[in-house]
Design a protein around this ligand. Structure first.
Ligand code: NAP
Length: 285
């Protein structure tokens, strides 16, 4: 069994991005600039945005975080998004989700110009992705593809089961694996007898949000197991919490050929996916 280390691969790709940024600047391009909108003070969201800011600094991007109180109205937030759409200094914009309940997330993400939609959530980018055309790919599935490519995991002709059908992970993940010539099955909460699907899969990608959901008996010997899940569970550590994946690592690792850990697997690759999209935004210009 081999660990698919998102930490290691992300480090390597970040080095390459940094070198490319310097080369672009030498050619007269401006420094890529990522803006993030953060609404409210949710602990996990603040951690993610801080990490994205740190990543930008590491690879030589400019970054701006616009912080708003949870009481901001939908209308006010949409105006802020439009301001960034029209700001030529900013190349990419993300809105950290979830947003407070009184704000329609769909409306906000669809207001972001598709040209600056480095999260790849805008319907126009989703359409391009499904057609296999160049676009901003949703960061998590994009990062997973990069991880599989780095470890030279064979995908062509393989059976891939994606558990979860969310717009940000499951559906785009399935589309990208189809693009990598897998035979893809998507399972979800209404799937009957999930094990009968996962047990036949060469590659299992779990994006369910249920800690330790995938166990050894669900997978076949030699399967590649990708754990997207991140559930925060309070504990006595310095941080006050730990992160638990959707895969019961110790159990699944007894049968898997390759497996991602949590943390240190898909998480760092998601952050790299966002950086690659922001780099693409400046190149498109
Ligand atoms: P989501 O929107 O809640 O979707 C979860 C999916 O799992 C849904 O499609 C749901 O099916 C399915 N599901 C729920 N219970 C199930 C069950 N018992 N059996 C089979 N399928 C079931 O979540 P998400 O946004 O895709 O995220 C999934 C997990 O990944 C979460 O833990 C999230 O924190 C994590 N995540 C991690 C990263 C990263 O960078 N590592 C990025 C994004 C998300 P229905 O559609 O039928 O309800």
């Amino acid at each position: 069994m081999e660990i698919l280390s998102g930490i290691l691969v992300a480090k390597q790709i970040k080095k390459e991005i940094k070198a490319e940024v310097e080369s672009l600047i030498n050619q007269g391009f401006k420094r890529p600039h990522l803006a993030a909108i953060l609404v409210g003070a949710d602990g996990a969201s603040m951690t993610y945005v801080n990490a994205k800011e740190k990543d930008c600094e590491e690879v030589g991007f400019d970054s701006t975080v616009l912080r708003f109180a949870a009481t901001i109205t939908e209308e006010e937030l949409l105006i802020e998004v439009e301001k960034i759409n029209n700001n030529t200094e900013i190349d990419g914009l993300i809105v950290q989700l979830p947003l407070p309940k009184h704000i329609n997330e769909k409306k906000v993400t669809e207001t972001i110009s598709w040209k600056k939609d480095v999260d790849g959530f805008h319907p126009y980018n989703v359409g391009l992705m499904f057609k296999g055309l160049p676009c901003y790919l949703p960061a998590t599935p994009f990062g997973i593809i990069k991880l599989l490519e780095y470890y030279k995991i064979e995908t062509s002709g393989k059976n891939c089961v994606v558990i979860g059908r969310s717009d940000i992970v499951g559906k785009p993940m399935a589309a990208l694996m189809l693009g990598k010539n897998c035979t893809v099955t998507i399972c979800h909460s209404k799937t009957i007898d999930i094990n009968s699907f996962t047990q036949k899969a060469d590659i299992v990608i779990a994006a369910v949000g249920i800690p330790n959901y995938v166990k050894a008996e669900m997978i076949k010997e030699g399967a590649v197991v990708i754990d997207v899940g991140i559930t925060r569970v309070d504990d006595d550590s310095e941080k006050g919490y730990k992160l638990i994946g959707d895969v019961d690592f110790n159990s699944a690792a007894t049968k898997a050929s390759f497996i991602t850990p949590v943390p240190g697997g898909v998480g760092p690759m998601t952050r790299v996916g966002l950086l690659l999209n922001t780099l693409m935004a400046i190149k498109n210009k």
